[in-house]
Design a protein around this ligand. Structure first.
Ligand SMILES: Nc1nc2c(ncn2[C@@H]2O[C@H](COP(=O)(O)OP(=O)(O)O)[C@@H](O)[C@H]2O)c(=O)[nH]1
Ligand SMILES: Nc1ncnc2c1ncn2[C@@H]1O[C@H](COP(=O)(O)OP(=O)(O)O)[C@@H](O)[C@H]1O
Length: 221
């Protein structure tokens, strides 16, 4: 890290990932988080029940409806929505702390959450990525293959998928998750490029000033 970067940390990005259920958001997020130390995951609060293997505070903060409503009333959520008959929402404080410290934050949220983050005061730091499944048949077999949901729940998720996909054009980027490795590589490429945007490199101004000073010295000398 250059001395400029140490003095002027960049502000972190808000990386919004949405897709129909089963298209691969969680899998892609896990892969990215496993080895990109600049990214952290926004752990949402939800009123849905934990699935086998899910840990409170890791995948979600599992809360009662009363506790969730109290968070809304206290202004503690950056966004929230009702999905599949349960509430889901993003705790505000950890997101603000992370991006102020120059860390990117990954959000696994539905289209309603994506819209609210894009309309929030943090919108300038937000990029959004929509993940499409290769086919509806693949989507269904992935949901079944995950082995977490009853047939009734799978049918509910499938019927909501069409609605979720109808929002694809609101996103900055759209990826098709057919080959997982390729899709992961594309996701990393988006992040690398977005971090390099001029307005996201606060140290650039000082660097250009030094280049200009060098020109001056050469002209004089
Ligand atoms: N708006 C919003 N949606 C969320 C949040 N957390 C999760 N979701 C969305 O809620 C939906 C259901 O999530 P989940 O029950 O984990 O099912 P899965 O996506 O099939 O694993 C998905 O579309 C998630 O992206 C949140 O904090 N806010
Ligand atoms: N490219 C892919 N090819 C085949 N299976 C995949 C691919 N991406 C994800 N999966 C599998 O599909 C299932 C659903 O993925 P998941 O990440 O849980 O989706 P989401 O978080 O979008 O609901 C999981 O069992 C996962 O291992």
């Amino acid at each position: 890290m250059s001395s400029d970067a140490a003095i002027l940390p960049r502000r972190g990005l808000l990386v919004i990932l949405s897709s129909p259920s089963g298209a691969g958001k969680s899998t892609l997020s896990r892969r990215l988080l496993a080895d990109d130390a600049q990214v952290s995951f926004s752990v949402s609060a939800t009123t849905r029940r934990p699935r086998a293997g899910e840990v409170d505070g890791r995948e979600y903060h599992f809360r009662s409806v009363e506790d969730f409503r109290a968070m809304i009333d206290a202004g503690g959520l950056l966004e929230w929505a009702e999905v599949f008959g349960n509430y889901y929402g993003t705790p505000r404080a950890p997101v603000e702390a992370a991006i102020d410290a120059g860390r990117d934050v990954l959000f696994d949220v539905d289209w309603q959450g994506g819209q609210q983050i894009r309309n929030s005061p943090l919108k300038d730091a937000a990029i959004s990525i929509f993940i499409l499944p290769p086919s509806i048949a693949d989507l269904e077999s992935r949901l079944r293959g995950r082995g977490q949901d009853s047939e009734e729940v799978i049918a509910g998720r499938m019927s909501r998928s069409r609605d979720e996909i109808s929002h694809w054009a609101e996103y900055d980027y759209v990826l098709v998750n057919d080959d997982l490795d390729r899709c992961e590589a594309e996701l990393r490429a988006i992040l690398r490029a977005e971090r390099l945007r001029r307005e996201r490199q606060p140290a650039l101004m000082g660097r250009v000033q030094r280049l200009n000073a060098e020109f001056e010295r050469r002209t004089r000398g």
